[in-house]
Design a protein around this ligand. Structure first.
Ligand code: ADP
Ligand code: F6P
Length: 485
């Protein structure tokens, strides 16, 4: 019998990911994405186990080539808490992660910016891998434990877990937007996904809009009778007992104090000065930081910056735009196409508007450490966050937390969850090219006192609503949710 825990956190990603070099030696890095950035500091303070995947392929149990191969175990001391790896073979990764998760659910839930595909041969691995996660959690959870299931990769886990362990208190949090009814209804397996989610006692979203979409769907699709805070469901496992599923908005956040503290260090400040020097000490440094994802609107800002260069509103040497993009989902076709498009746009803009020794755009396609990223946040006068759709967008909050002297300006898409809270940013509609250009110029040229007042208000918001508050408000609501046992 494995060691059991009172708090089990389950997410597709573990906080650390394995990197294998050409000789097969494994090194461990922080996993990409906002989910890990947010949960990692919270779990440092809890006695919990984190169930997830390490990002590497496991030997295929049905392949003769892989016979006898085993994964190198994860070192004991590298996670914020105990870690339990769910193994995925190459085939699992293709069908589940690259397939159903990132070619169906991800685009569908992000306004179908890329066209979702609906393949029956990818739904099957989604069910199978969700079952694998649910079985692992069922083994690791103590009697009556709290289980916190995360994100779109594991929407069936709450229902599967309730079947196996009705004694558990189950919370589910979605880290990406929950789509409007009309879009969700495209999904051939819409009932199964809704029923999976309704296995939880508490279902949380970033915004009230996501929660409202979900509640409306319970009426439209399942003919239930939701109110503003949840919905009663009939529990087939308990001879038709009614069970309450609470539904609400819990906007995720960052470890604000940590970002502020890193930004105040001499090392961060020296590194920021060095970055500006290397850029040729321009008057304005503009910055974008994202996973290289088509939802992030990297093309939106590149187009805006290129047009501003073309019409002479900004000049190379006077302003430099730095885009840092971390590699993401590189085997998925839409991501491969996006990389080509972005790199083509950057090349064109540099060729058309650059000068020898004064490139107007700098581009890094690399993951950076937290300290390196904060140095860029400190160096940047204007942060460009222009997603077409984003659950929250933690980068916007990290930038604000790093501006310890209240300087700097944030240009933020209305369609990022963060726009609900960061109303003192320069809000833009990413589909309105002229509006984005106007906002960038306003952020570059506004009166410093006005910029400081805006930044102070945004900093107050992210200090007051940090990731600890997010986690404790979710766990408290889960604790208070009507107990189904
Ligand atoms: P998502 O979860 O969709 O990736 P978020 O903006 O919410 O988007 O979170 C992204 C996280 O990844 C942030 O914590 C950010 O600091 C981190 N990140 C983004 N780009 C890089 C990069 N190039 N190197 C390292 N971390 C990055
Ligand atoms: O926050 C959204 C999210 O999709 C997480 O679920 C995910 O772990 C992260 O971004 C990064 O994506 P991936 O795990 O596919 O590299």
């Amino acid at each position: 019998m494995p060691q059991q825990f009172d708090l089990v956190v389950v997410a597709n990603r573990l906080p650390v990911a394995a990197d294998q070099d050409a000789e097969g030696a494994t090194s461990w890095t922080r996993s990409p994405g906002g989910l890990v950035s947010a949960l990692e500091p919270v779990l440092r303070k809890e006695h919990a186990v984190w169930v997830g995947w390490s990002g590497r392929p496991a030997p295929d149990p049905y392949s003769t080539e892989d016979l006898g191969l085993e994964l190198e175990p994860i070192p004991h001391d590298i996670g914020p808490c105990a870690l339990s790896e769910v193994e995925l073979s190459r085939e699992d990764i293709e069908g589940f992660y690259e397939g159903f998760c990132n070619s169906t659910i991800w685009p569908l839930y992000h306004d179908a910016i890329a066209t979702p595909v609906y393949h029956r041969h990818q739904w099957e691995p989604y069910v199978e891998i969700n079952r694998r996660f649910a079985e692992r959690v069922a083994e690791l959870a103590q009697e009556g434990a709290t289980v916190w299931v995360h994100d779109y990769q594991l929407q069936l886990v709450p229902g599967m877990l309730r079947e196996r362990r009705p004694d558990l208190r189950i919370g589910f949090f979605l880290h990406i937007p929950f789509p409007p009814i009309e879009l969700f209804l495209q999904l051939p397996w819409r009932r199964e996904v809704m029923q999976g989610l309704l296995g939880a006692d508490l279902v949380g979203f970033h915004t009230p809009g996501g929660a409202a979409n979900f509640l409306a769907l319970t009426r439209r699709l399942l003919e239930l009778d939701p109110d503003d805070t949840g919905v009663d469901v009939v529990d087939v496992l308990r001879a038709g007992d009614r069970r309450r599923v609470t539904v609400g908005a819990f906007p995720i956040s960052i470890d604000t104090v940590e970002y502020d503290a890193i930004a105040r260090t001499v090392e961060a400040q020296d590194a920021a000065v060095e970055i500006r020097e290397k850029l040729g000490n321009p008057k304005h440094v503009l910055l974008g930081v994202d996973r290289l994802d088509y939802t992030k609107g990297i093309d939106v800002r590149l187009k805006a910056v290129s047009e501003l260069l073309a019409d002479g509103s900004i000049t190379p040497g006077d302003a430099v735009f730095v885009q840092i993009a971390s590699p993401s989902r590189e085997n998925v076709e839409d991501y491969q196409r996006l990389r080509d498009e972005i790199e083509l746009m950057i090349g064109r803009a540099m060729g058309d508007h650059g000068d020898i020794g004064a490139p107007p755009i700098q581009y890094l396609h690399q993951p950076l450490s937290r300290e390196e990223l904060v140095a860029f946040y400190v160096a940047a006068d204007v942060m460009l966050v222009t997603p077409y759709r984003d659950g929250m967008n933690l980068v916007a909050k990290e930038y604000v937390a790093s501006r310890y002297d209240d300087s700097g300006a944030l240009v933020l898409s209305e369609f990022a969850g963060a726009a609900v809270e960061l109303t003192d940013s320069f809000l833009v509609n990413p589909y309105d090219a002229d509006g984005v250009k106007r906002a960038i110029l306003a952020a570059m040229n506004s009166d410093p006192d006005e910029l400081r007042a805006r930044m102070r208000a945004m900093r107050a918001q992210v200090f007051d609503h940090d990731v600890n508050r997010w986690a404790s408000s979710f766990l408290t609501a889960l604790d208070r949710s009507e107990y189904s046992r």
